[in-house]
Design a protein around this ligand. Structure first.
Ligand code: COA
Length: 254
């Protein structure tokens, strides 16, 4: 699967989204590869941290919209859900380096990362409403917690992008760098963590997360149910078809 590159070195598994012609949007096959890599990273004692990265011009344009139309994810066994569950429960350090657009899951997956480094060209957006959908990846719980309710409402109801500096201000990212340096810095930080005692990293992360792990998984399940229903409803079908036909969606009457 050359659209998801998996490389392990110095205790760090690096997952690179590599579908530039489609702006690193993620297909079902890519979710399956990502889910498998995350499962392997969990089991493999030689992997002590995972870094997710894209290209210096684009992190991820969200779910492949053609896939949404042709093969909407069916349930909790779907590759996307396995990937989300895998990162939401991943016990070791999980990092991301984000440059350019980070749309939909490109942003929501970051709520499950421990450290996030952004290029100054990073643009985060969660345009679920504009696509006739609702949030996923427990973002309807985690975005209000992290951003505060009103900023989360702006991000989730309007779905407009916010830039790296704003993400830094609210604590969604740890540091903003020139785009050419973001992946390298993320890698260096991941290797720094990989050199720390793994049991201490895992226990520290468990203790930080345990208070709301169940709530996050419950929210993801609730969102998933609504999301799957909305994926095949008229508003989403109109939004996806409009995207494919490169026109504005017409939601009048919906
Ligand atoms: N699914 C399928 N194809 C996608 C895609 C997606 N999510 N995002 C981009 N592409 C395709 C475009 O259709 C275009 O294809 P073409 O070359 O055949 O015309 C190609 O990738 C390049 O995209 P383009 O929109 O021309 O690039 P851009 O730099 O102007 O804009 C984005 C980049 C990411 C801002 C824009 O592509 C975008 O908004 N994509 C959709 C994001 C989205 O709504 N995702 C779903 C979230 S749940």
């Amino acid at each position: 699967m050359d659209e998801v590159l998996v490389h392990s070195e110095a205790g760090v598994m690096t997952l690179t989204l590599n579908r530039l012609a489609r702006k690193n949007s993620i297909t079902g096959a890519m979710y399956a590869a990502l889910a498998e890599a995350v499962a392997q990273a969990r089991e493999d004692a030689s992997v002590r941290a995972v870094l997710v990265q894209g290209h210096e011009t684009v992190f991820c344009a969200g779910n492949d919209i053609g896939d949404f139309l042709d093969q909407p994810p069916a349930g909790e066994e779907s590759p996307v859900f396995r990937f989300l569950h895998g990162i939401a429960t991943f016990p070791k350090p999980l990092l991301a380096a984000v440059c350019g657009p980070a749309v939909g899951i490109g942003t929501t997956m970051l709520f499950h990362c421990d450290l996030v480094y952004a290029g100054d060209n990073a643009a985060f957006s969660m345009p679920f409403v504009n696509l006739g959908l609702c949030p996923e990846a427990a973002s309807s719980l985690l975005a209000p917690q992290l951003l505060g309710y009103h900023r989360a409402a702006e991000a989730l109801l309007l779905g407009e992008p916010f830039m790296a500096e704003a993400a830094l201000e609210v604590g969604l990212v740890n540091r903003v760098l020139p785009p050419t340096e973001a992946n390298g810095y993320g890698q260096a930080q991941a290797r720094k963590l990989a050199a720390r005692p793994l049991a201490s990293l895992v226990e520290t992360k468990r203790l930080m997360k345990k208070g709301q792990q169940q709530a996050v998984l419950q929210q993801m399940a609730d969102e998933g149910e609504s999301f799957r229903r909305m994926l095949v409803a008229p508003a989403a079908r109109e939004a996806f078809t409009a995207f494919m036909e490169k026109r504005r969606p017409d939601f009048s009457g919906l």
